[in-house]
Design a protein around this ligand. Structure first.
Ligand SMILES: Nc1ncnc2c1ncn2[C@@H]1O[C@H](COP(=O)(O)OP(=O)(O)OP(=O)(O)O)[C@@H](O)[C@H]1O
Ligand SMILES: [Mg+2]
Length: 425
């Protein structure tokens, strides 16, 4: 075989460098130093060396110096050029350059058995088996983080989906229609399923619409941005339309986002048809913004409303929203699950069946409130009397009769009618 020699890395080596790098790293694992970082260091000069045979690149080593410390970011050798001393020669050349930069302590972090381990061992590097490599990946790039902060958005913790108790019917619909096509895009595409871009959640107050929107963002691992029409600083309807347009423009800079508009009826109420209708311009603005929002992948608009019947008909037309999903009052099974969730402290001593029966017309929010009230009463009793008595069924029954349910038979009936008229799944 012809002889190899070393030289500086040039930018036109990039393609070949990536090829040999791919050859020598485990396919299923991300490298500690990603290609972008390695190539940026190589471009910065000084500490990137390649081994070549004629025009062929057969080895490469890249390091980074920082004060007295040098890190070897990359050791790559073409498969058929191993065991020829090329690795050791690349290392010796890197060391010479690092030393000239004042480096006194050189480290390398390689996957077990990677190309280059042997060369390191042969040139006096000691392997440390007593260390564990930790890493934490920030889910957002810096630019995204700025935009997100400016919009008042944030990453939500994992696990919000599992924290939604009961509500199995709603959970299934949201999971199948909304979450899965977005988490399984390749499979969805194979079956001709178009992932949703915008959905409406409607239902009485406190049934969990906001919680569902957050739970979806949590499952997707996308940032969550919430727009409150009432808080978009604006005195006039033109001002509101402009604020809305600006917010959507800022959002476009994010790689992915769940945008949540609560109380959407405030900006998309039926237009009266009168030329002076103050809501008219804002509704129109939102109607224009939605199609543009829908053009991009990795974005989901979730609008919530307590009053789907007051929304403008044009707003609800297919094409703007993929699904119009009812989030209803919890049935007895769901109420039992929600009670159980909020009774953590008292567990088995409570007769769940009685609480469920007594809390008809309660929303999840009402149950949360009553559970807290019951626990608080028991706690106060304990502070006063120190009897060691846990919160029991009677404490919660008292709290239930003290809590005014959000729902009324009429609201439940109207919600049923709304499901028939508006829901689209
Ligand atoms: N499935 C659930 N399990 C446990 N808690 C729930 C569930 N759904 C809602 N909650 C709780 O009920 C409260 C109200 O929920 P949320 O704010 O999501 O309702 P909403 O439908 O958005 O209400 P609104 O129409 O008033 O905005 C929250 O504190 C939430 O934690
Ligand atoms: Mg809400």
């Amino acid at each position: 075989m012809p002889a190899w020699h070393l030289r500086d890395y040039h930018d036109d080596d990039l393609d070949q460098a990536i090829q040999i790098w791919d050859q020598c790293r485990p396919a299923d694992e991300d490298p500690v130093f990603p290609v972008s970082e390695v190539m940026a260091a190589a471009k910065a000069g000084q500490t990137a060396v390649v081994a070549v045979v004629g025009d062929e690149l057969v080895g490469m080593a890249v390091a980074q110096a920082q004060g007295k410390r040098g890190w070897i970011l990359l050791m790559a050798l073409a498969a058929r050029w191993r065991e020829r001393g090329i690795g050791s020669a690349l290392l010796a050349e890197l060391e010479r350059r690092l030393r000239a930069l004042g480096v006194r302590h050189i480290s390398a972090l390689l996957p077990a058995g990677a190309a280059g381990s042997k060369a390191l061992a042969n040139t006096g590097y000691r392997s440390r088996d007593d260390l564990t490599y930790f890493e934490k990946l920030e889910p957002l790039g810096a630019a995204n983080a700025d935009v997100l902060a400016a919009l008042g958005g944030r990453m939500l913790p994992e696990g919000l989906w599992d924290a939604m108790a009961g509500m199995e019917r709603e959970k299934q619909v949201v999971e199948r229609r909304v979450v899965l096509p977005l988490t399984e895009p390749a499979l969805a595409d194979r079956y001709g399923v178009v992932p949703p871009k915008s959905v409406i959640l409607f239902g009485p107050p406190g049934t969990g619409k906001t919680s569902f929107a957050k739970a979806v963002a949590s499952r997707l691992g996308w940032p969550f941005v919430e727009l409150f029409p009432s808080r978009l600083a604006a005195d006039t309807s033109e001002g509101l339309a402009t604020a809305l347009r600006d917010a959507f423009a800022d959002l476009a800079e994010l790689d992915s986002v769940v945008l949540f508009i609560d109380e959407v009826e405030e900006i998309a109420a039926a237009r009266s048809g009168k030329a002076v209708d103050p809501g008219h311009g804002v509704t129109n603005e939102l109607l224009k913004l939605i199609p543009v929002f829908r053009e991009h992948d990795s974005r989901l608009l979730v609008c919530a409303t307590n009053s789907v019947r007051s929304l403008d008909a044009a707003f609800l037309r297919p094409g703007r929203f993929d699904y119009v999903i009812p989030i209803g009052p919890p049935d007895p099974t769901a109420r039992a699950a929600i009670w159980a969730r909020y009774l953590r402290g008292s567990g088995d001593s409570v007769d769940l069946g009685r609480l469920v029966g007594a809390s008809e017309l309660f929303t999840p929010a009402d149950i949360e409130f009553a559970a807290r009230k019951g626990a608080q009463a028991a706690f106060e009793r304990e502070v006063a009397h120190r009897e060691g008595r846990p919160a029991g069924t009677e404490d919660y029954m008292a709290a239930i009769s003290d809590t005014r349910p959000t729902l009324t038979p009429r609201a439940v009936k109207e919600f049923g009618e709304d499901i028939d008229t508006y829901s689209r799944l």
